[in-house]
Design a protein around this ligand. Sequence first.
Ligand code: ZN
Length: 281
Amino acid sequence: MKLVRYGEAGSEKPGMIDADGRLHDLSAHVADISGDVLTDAGLAKLRAIDPFSLPLVDGEPRFGPCVGAIGKFMCIGLNYSDHAAETGAAIPEHPILFMKANSAIVGPNDTVVLPRGSTHSDWEVELGVVIGETAKYVSEEDALNYVAGYCVINDVSERHFQTGLTGQWTKGKSCDTFGPTGPWLVTRDEVPDPQALAMSLDVNGRRMQTGSTSTMIFSVAQIISHLSQMFTLHPGDVISTGTPPGVGMGMKPPVYLKPGDVMELAIDGLGRQRQAVEMDA
Ligand code: ZN
């Protein structure tokens, strides 16, 4: 299934995309794509619905983030061997974890607003993992059974805030609008191998990132298992699993976002995002 949230920011409705790519309203069945709706039992109820029996949504409404009421927004740093190399960083021994403030989360095609004075804002196409079942101390073998589904995430990053302002990476990762998520939550039954997904990101029509989840250092299963040894993962938590090569700071000379730029991202089977870039007033 492809589940979405559509409508104005803050009052999105749940929806389902049919096999022909059309949007149907799910709000007679669930209030939101969040929490218990994401469990195996919750998704089974939605799977029993024929999408063509649902009301068709007219026009082309805005898509919101594909998961509502996200609990924790966790990100894994330097998780692609080829990206670690371009940043000059050593291959990490354990998954690098940082948090992105939930207030950064926006829809897949919403405008990305650079914070005042930003000169080092950068892009990162990433595979997003949405937790569906409560997970604590899970094994790598079982880990993918705790996943509701997958989505595209742009882990937009202000590199000066991230490292130049010292402290935690969270500073540069949490700016408002720096977490476009969606367009769809694609349930895990439709993603048989999350480690075989091609991904790309263009800026102003120029290909910047080309990658595959096959070059992740820590697999989705390893990441879930590792995090669950330390704390509980809840339905509606999201993990952004790192970015392949081609970020702006890795270029020679580095290239950063400026007002007027347009980012376009895609991951195989998970859809596309498009964000215009503005500077905060
Ligand atoms: Zn990232």
